[in-house]
Design a protein around this ligand. Structure first.
Ligand code: GLA
Length: 728
């Protein structure tokens, strides 16, 4: 049993295969956090300490006990109003204008299976794969009720957290802050690992010591953002890829968020993750409930590789959905870097013809096929096929492409709108903007008000009307700006608009997934501006970055790998000089780097030499050979590109019988140093055969010293090595 409640000491213990999470209802009804870490027995309430602390107040009902303070005790639901002056999970503005709450324990329920959250993405599991713990808390004065939700997926070492906040009082209240997860560590010294970036250079890794004060990451952009990813790691100071304790928290949400790490006056560490409290003031009428988006947590006592693998497996098998969840994704040729807005139906058909000749599975027609859209000044919002530009109907173009044996996919950006569009001319009030103020433009576009059902309904119908014109097997869902002017003409309160926008977006995506279960959805937001667990619930892959330069991609993909399965990272081979950096890299290297994710091309094959075309054919057959291993295997980072001369990674099957190692030289120097790549996760004492050379290697030596990379002239060489375990 994963969830145990001990009546005698009112302790809840959540066990997964290798971890334990524990909390206790104390004699005053506060829910105290006791422990999260490696699996253990017993009750950890001995970790709590009580002392008279100056300027740390005491709840009224503890009477003259000056050693009892919420400013010091570890908690599951720290809130404004109990004398805790650290960062808080929940802040509510009550009907009387006060901000105080005091949630005390009322009861619990343990259920089979994993809870789901109405209208929001969440990890799912079968009845026998998970358990749910509901803990009921209530503020006796305001009558606000909080149900804390814990999902325990034992085999996956995953614990999820969410909450339902209900106004059971008699007047409107406002939710001012709602964090789904709070982890309080009473001792220990930690590092905070986060992932920062910018457009075309997402998810760089940053590791800093947790110091006194608060370190916070977040987004107020209405999207999870290129700038900070909604996933964070707390690691022991000595923790490495292969050893040491670490915790990951990942927010299953694609809008504004806030992650906070605070070391308090007594050197205790508090970690919070949830909704951003900026631009947030959510009204709840009597009887209304708010569902706090979920946070996924995992713990590893054996380093960061295992931590990432836990998240990979959970997201791949219990968050992503649909036909493409487990199967190898089609190899894509995307028209964007091949021709940008400058195409016709015939040039798209010619691309598809090239795709057919090269063994590429699918042609994706990117931006520019609708409305008056020959650049990014106009047309966005007018989801009518531009038959004049295509020279034929969409249906006939798709049919011709399918006849070549090539699948067809298409680009949409449903949330965006140009002022120079028929949609804007007929519905200028459908955009987010404040009456009487000029809105902020980005990429010459505004944002449609997805918090309004009529807007979502209209766009959904338009999109279906296009999707029904032919055999469309893939949709790229793009979003090319951050939200601004978060004002909705129909909202009673503007502090709800950003979150209601997300609910509108998720409603649209859910309807799409239900109506077209066989379409492969790829998420995108100027590349990786909305690369988060929330989107993965609808789109099993996401365009990782608008930067397709193989060298930069090594860094972007390295950072992304900490939190997300490699199958979720769309990665394409593009032309050189690269369109984002001007860098020239070998074709083989570009293929090796893109094969780390869901593979494709982003170029015009007619501009390639015959040798390069032949290389594409070979790359595709290599990709297909290893795709299932990469999709279902365990992923290991074998080097840190930020500090090493090489970037290397590995996919290994769950029985460790097959291993694919990829390595790229990042630097070349005179009298070059030698580089060995050390493999991971092999069966100790076994022999492994390099399938290319036929040579046999001892697994322990491969893991201890590694395999030697050749020293070659020239920049950015890449190597792929495929090993199989020799039968005993
Ligand atoms: C974004 C995407 C690109 C491409 C363009 C089209 O930038 O990330 O891949 O689809 O939009 O406008």
């Amino acid at each position: 049993m994963g969830i145990i409640f001990s009546e005698s000491d009112r302790v809840f213990t959540l066990h997964t295969k290798d971890t334990t999470y524990q909390m206790k209802v104390d004699k005053f009804g506060f829910l105290l956090h006791l422990y999260y870490g490696r699996k253990t027995k017993g009750c950890m309430d001995y970790l709590l300490h009580y002392a008279d602390r100056g300027f740390s107040g005491n709840p009224y009902d503890v009477e003259k006990n000056r050693t009892y303070s919420m400013d010091v005790l570890p908690q599951e639901l720290p809130c404004q109003g109990t004398g805790d002056y650290r960062n808080l999970a929940v802040v509510i503005k009550n009907a009387d204008g006060s901000y105080e709450s005091d949630f005390r324990y009322k009861g619990y329920k343990i259920l089979n299976g994993k809870y789901s959250i109405p209208g929001l993405p969440a990890v799912y599991a079968g009845e026998d794969e998970a358990e749910t713990l509901e803990i009921y808390m209530e503020d006796a004065v305001s009558k606000v009720q909080v149900t804390l939700l814990y999902g325990v997926l034992s085999e996956l070492n995953i614990i999820t957290r969410s909450a339902i906040i209900k106004n059971a009082g008699t007047d409107r209240i406002y939710l001012k802050k709602a964090q789904a997860a709070c982890l309080d560590f009473v001792g220990g010294d930690y590092d905070f690992i986060s992932f920062y970036g910018r457009h075309a250079m997402e998810r760089n890794i940053q590791r800093t010591a947790v110091l006194h004060g608060t370190q916070s990451i977040g987004s107020r952009r209405g999207t999870s953002s290129h700038q900070y990813n909604p996933m964070m790691i707390l690691a022991g100071r000595e923790t490495t890829e292969d050893a040491g304790s670490c915790y990951a928290l990942s927010f299953v949400y694609s809008g504004s968020f806030k992650g906070e790490v605070e070391k308090d006056q007594f050197n205790q560490t508090r970690v919070l993750l949830g909704l951003s409290d900026e631009l947030f003031s959510y009204p709840l009428e009597t009887g209304e409930a708010f569902f706090v988006p979920e946070v996924v947590m995992t713990y590893s006592s054996t380093g960061l590789a295992k931590l990432s693998q836990n998240l990979h497996i959970c997201f791949r098998t219990h968050l992503c959905r649909g036909k493409y969840r487990d199967c190898v994704r089609p190899v894509i040729l995307n028209s964007w870097e091949a021709s940008y807005f400058n195409f016709t139906g015939n040039s798209i058909y010619q691309l598809a013809k090239q795709a057919a000749e090269l063994g590429i599975d699918m042609l994706v027609m990117d931006d520019g096929w609708f409305g008056k859209r020959d650049d990014d000044y106009s047309g966005l919002g007018d989801w009518y096929v531009n038959e004049e530009k295509l020279g034929e109907s969409l249906g006939s173009l798709i049919k011709k492409i399918n006849e070549l044996g090539v699948k067809f996919g298409i680009w949409f950006e449903p949330e965006g709108i140009n002022e120079d569009s028929d949609l804007f001319r007929s519905h200028p009030d459908w955009v987010l903007s404040v009456p009487g103020r000029d809105p902020v433009r980005a990429r010459y576009q505004l944002v449609l008000d997805f918090s309004r059902k009529e807007v979502v309904d209209y766009l959904f119908d338009r999109m279906c009307e296009v999707l029904d014109q032919g055999n469309i097997e893939y949709v790229k869902w793009d979003m090319n700006r951050s939200l601004s002017d978060c004002y909705s003409r129909v909202a009673d309160e503007q502090g709800r608009v950003q979150h209601d926008y997300m609910l509108g977006l998720y409603d649209f995506l859910e309807r799409l997934v239900q109506k077209y279960p066989d379409i492969l959805l790829e998420g995108c937001s100027g590349g990786g501006g909305r690369f988060d667990a929330g989107m993965l619930y609808y789109t099993p892959q996401i365009w990782c970055s608008d930067n397709s330069d193989a060298m930069d991609r090594l860094f972007i993909q390295y950072g992304t790998s900490f939190g997300y399965p490699m199958s979720s990272l769309a990665a394409h081979v593009s032309a050189v000089p690269n369109h984002q950096t001007g860098r020239i890299t070998p074709f083989h290297t570009r293929g090796t780097v893109a094969m780390a994710g869901s593979f494709g091309y982003e170029l015009d094959p007619s501009k390639l030499s015959e040798e390069e075309k032949q290389e594409i054919r070979e790359q595709i057959s290599e990709y297909k050979k290893y795709a299932s291993l990469a999709q279902n295997g365990l992923y290991y980072r074998l080097s840190d590109p930020f500090t090493h001369e090489i970037s290397a990674w590995e996919f290994i099957s769950s029985d460790a019988s097959e291993v694919l190692v990829s390595a790229v030289m990042l630097e070349v120097h005179g009298n070059m140093t030698v580089n060995y790549v050390r493999l991971k996760g092999l069966v100790s004492g076994a022999m492994y055969r390099d399938e290319q050379s036929g040579k046999l290697y001892a697994s322990d030596a491969l893991m201890e010293t590694g395999i030697l990379l050749p020293v070659e002239m020239g920049e950015y060489h890449a190597y792929q090595m495929y090993f199989t375990k020799k039968e005993e």
